[in-house]
Design a protein. Sequence first.
Length: 476
Amino acid sequence: MKRKLGILLMALLIFSIVPTLGEDTNWKKMDEIVKEKVENGEGSIDVIVQFTILDESTKNIITNTGKQIKYEYPSIKSVATTLSSEEIKSMVANPYVVKIWLDDIVTINNDISTANEGEVTIQGFIANDTVNAASVRSQGYTGKGIVVAVLDTGLRKTHLEFQGKVVAEYDFVNSDSDATDDHGHGTAVSSLICGNYLTASMWASYRPNDQLGATSSNYLGVAPDAKLIPLKVLNAAGSGTSSQLMAGMQWCIDNKNKYGIKVVNMSLGGDGQNDGSSPQSQLANAMMDAGIVVCIAAGNDGPDSKTIDIPGDASKVITVGGIKDRTFTNPGENWIFTLVYPYQMYCVSPESSCSSRGPTLDGRVKPDVVASAEDMFTAHYASDGGYQAGVNGTSLASPIVAGACALIVQRHPNWTPYQVKEALMRTATPLGFGQYDQGTGLINTQKAISYRQSFERSSVIPKILEILKKNKEKNN
């Protein structure tokens, strides 16, 4: 009887650990879109596969199917590949496989429209004043010695705004070393980080009757002396795959020390489960952990809540929303700039493109901060001396913050990315909006660069006490 009972218990144990057909256990290792495609029996699905460990044995799980690994992401133990539905169903049963995500599409985060020459006057240069960066440059902090990588559509490297700035480049769309911009977004974004040719005073000399409303020495770029690494991860249509974006992100980690990469800007994003769990968001956090300050546009899907784009939902990065800080009139041929105050949240009427709002799906506050995002003036990729006006979106707010970060890192080279983020958030100016609209508020570059970290405050106290003690002894 005992023998029969033992056999019965063993049988029950065996059946309990063998998944029943259709049971949820293995399906939980697929994201919702992959699950849907597998259920439909699709024969070719582009995916990101994450393992418990990434080594030759786990990579063989892919190559043994006869499929190639497109990219490897050792920072998050993942690879990009293409699998069939049957291969995915087999693979999720492997204990070394953590999760399989769709290799989804990412796109730019702005709307580009053109304007006439007069409009250029009041749409450029103002953002530097809005984020209080002009006074920082007057102290000698211009981004000199700081390298910023821009993951975008590439760069017109011969443009007047970028002379002598490019230290490295790569094209992950065409797999070559020429990151030429064939869309325009990357060139526009980069000019707001470190454009250093056209100034407000130069434009005033071209059109003396225009009213700029900006500090005359302002360049387009917040950090005009910073260097650039354009990494092309989006194509001529302004879109790309998550695997290409992640390849650029991993490249920054792998080449951080080689090129001295201190700051990264990503004015792009995609839809999905914005709870910070996606592979793109994990890799964005890994970049911060590697010592790189990461700025990401929040997206333009507001004003509804829970609309932060991926990877802007990553917990550790600096997620940037947008505001409107300017408007203008046109009396005759002369454009007159009028500051919008109090500032408004960025939203192009009739709410066709608005700054994305938090919280994330797991309840965290995003965005972290905000900056100018509406009616911006930037470099244009069509010619070496080309410019464009009327550019809108959080794509423009993020590089302004990235430029500010370059100034902060120049001033505080030993600060970690988290200390840079803390300084920006703790010194930001609240604008009267909710925390899921503005985060902690509009960045103030001057205050951020002057911010004392808690460890600095504690370390200076003994020095102050010692000075006071010596003064007391001297007076006695």
